[in-house]
Design a binder for this molecule. Structure first.
Ligand code: MAN
Length: 529
């Protein structure tokens, strides 16, 4: 009892005279943390912590700086580099520069830094501590739930990788088989095509002759038709067609102004005043025929070639310049009617001929064509099969070569995309592939392709996407993705801290690392799930 009283008395004395108070049963000067208390144990003398000077114990916290290392004034602002420790019971203790002691600003939640100042600091450590503990609890809860999902993601990721690597083992075999099959089909195709072309060679002459015969027939028919029209248009039967015999034919009203004027007529007469049968057949008829068919509703208007059109226009302009001729009247209504009847009469106007088909082949040739056709399509199918397998192999190789986290927990994000929309853009993040920006009314801009994990100290806390679309007068766009623990996979924010350098915030359970030990281990890939 006596001892206790003495202890209290000594402590009180120390508090009054030397700024010493008692905390956690260890008496120590003001501003000293529990861990340093033994170095400040009450005694007659005090040795500066750097060991350079020993002073009287009463000189500790006497508001005069004795030690070079500022260690004699932990509870006053006398030393330039002093450290003041506040206990902050109920919350977290902290260390502040001792220059802030009694500076009129409340730094410590237990108000201990302003023990002799006018600042009316109150101790709110309990409230702050409670809030902090609540936040920690929420965070711990999130981490706990998130890490459960993370371990499911990891299980799925591992299964996916295993599945893919065993597929890789079998796919090479399938590729080899498909390649052999393709070669075999190629040989069959070549052999079948050889037989097919030998058989067709015999028909080549027949086909060419048939083509020639058809062309001759068409030319004859065309000439017969031209001669017939010549006779019809030569209404006075004098063996030539004159302008006046054309101006009466409404079919030649090429500008559709209700009459056929001289220029129009001259165009169809190849700019002659009159033409005989031969000139008509070779020069005029090719111009007239499409118009006559058009008039009879059997043909679409010919697109005049630019050259012909230009020439026609030019002629009209030239002729307008010295035009004094009268407009010919419809000379013979009967003729026009006859023409119309003839032109619209069924079967009178040549229809556009369908391209001639294949000749009738003999049975053996037909069989060879069929076989070659089948061999071609079998070969193409074998080729496609091989290409598909090779593409699949490339995809698997790529997938297996990516780092999906120490426990493959990020693997199932590969192939998924997540969008974020702000006022101006829609952003899309496809993990392990690319980041994209799309203005609401425009095309996509690539903000970078998957490059690597780039977090420090936890490598798996940050992703880097680089080599995006070039920035106007600047570098190629790039994107950093910062990962946070969340129960869902989602982009929560996008910003552009520097021009063409983007920052995505991405929440994912794969970033929920439950225990602090695990946290540091994650960087090296040794955490326990
Ligand atoms: C576009 C967008 C912006 C970027 C500019 C740079 O407008 O990609 O994010 O800053 O180009 O010119």
């Amino acid at each position: 009892m006596l001892v206790d009283l003495e202890k209290i008395f000594r402590s009180l004395l120390a508090f009054l005279y030397f700024g010493i108070f008692v905390a956690a049963d260890v008496p120590r000067p003001r501003g000293v943390s529990l861990s340093l208390a033994s170095l400040y144990a009450p005694s007659d003398t005090f040795t500066c912590l750097d060991g350079k000077l020993t002073i009287k114990y009463t000189q500790v916290n006497d508001d005069y700086c004795d030690c070079e290392d500022s260690s004699d004034e932990p509870g006053t602002s006398a030393c330039p580099n002093g450290k003041f420790h506040c206990e902050n019971t109920g919350h977290q203790s902290m260390v502040i520069p001792s220059s802030r002691v009694n500076d009129g600003v409340c730094d410590c939640c237990d108000a201990s830094d302003e023990y002799a100042s006018k600042a009316e600091c109150t101790n709110n450590c309990d409230e702050l501590g409670q809030e902090a503990r609540q936040r920690q609890k929420v965070m711990a809860d999130l981490l706990k739930r998130g890490s459960l999902i993370r371990s499911e993601m990891s299980t799925k990721g591992k299964a996916l990788k295993e599945e893919q690597s065993s597929r890789l083992n079998t796919i090479q075999q399938s590729i080899d088989q498909a390649d052999a099959l393709k070669n075999e089909k190629e040989k069959i195709k070549e052999a079948a095509e050889k037989l097919e072309s030998a058989a067709l060679e015999m028909y080549k002459q027949i086909i060419d002759e048939e083509k020639q015969r058809k062309a001759d027939l068409a030319a004859q028919e065309n000439r017969a038709e031209a001669e017939e029209k010549f006779k019809l248009f030569d209404s006075n039967g004098d063996g030539v067609i004159e302008i006046s015999e054309i101006t009466t034919r409404v079919q030649f009203d090429s500008n559709r102004d209700g009459q056929v004027d001289e220029e129009e007529a001259k165009y169809f007469l190849d700019h002659h005043d009159q033409v005989d049968l031969e000139t008509f057949v070779t020069l005029c008829w090719p111009r007239m025929k499409p118009y006559l068919m058009l008039d009879a509703g059997l043909f679409k208007p010919p697109a005049k070639t630019e050259e012909v059109e230009a020439k026609h226009e030019e002629t009209i302009r030239e002729e307008e310049a010295h035009e004094d001729g009268e407009i010919a009247e419809l000379q013979n209504e009967e003729d026009a009617e006859t023409f119309d009847e003839e032109e619209t009469g069924e079967g009178e106007v040549e229809q556009v001929e369908a391209p001639s088909g294949d000749p009738e082949y003999d049975e053996e040739t037909k069989r060879l064509i069929e076989e070659a056709t089948k061999a071609r399509s079998d070969f193409e199918a074998a080729q496609r099969e091989l290409r598909d397998l090779e593409a699949e192999k490339r995809q698997i190789d790529e997938l297996l070569n990516k780092d999906y986290g120490p426990h493959e927990e990020f693997a199932i994000l590969n192939g998924e995309c997540f969008e974020y929309e702000d006022r101006e853009y829609i952003y899309r993040l496809c993990p392990f592939d690319r980041a994209v920006q799309k203005p609401k009314d425009g095309g996509e801009t690539r903000l970078g392709g998957w490059d690597r994990w780039d977090g420090k100290p936890n490598k798996y806390s940050t992703m880097l996407y680089s080599n995006g679309a070039g920035c106007w007068n600047g570098p190629q766009r790039s994107t950093i993705v910062e990962l946070d623990c969340g129960l869902d996979n989602r982009v929560t924010a996008v910003s552009e801290p520097n021009r063409c350098e983007y920052l995505f915030k991405f929440e994912t359970p794969a970033a929920c690392i439950h225990s602090p030990h695990v946290d540091s281990d994650a960087a090296t890939g040794h955490d326990e799930l």
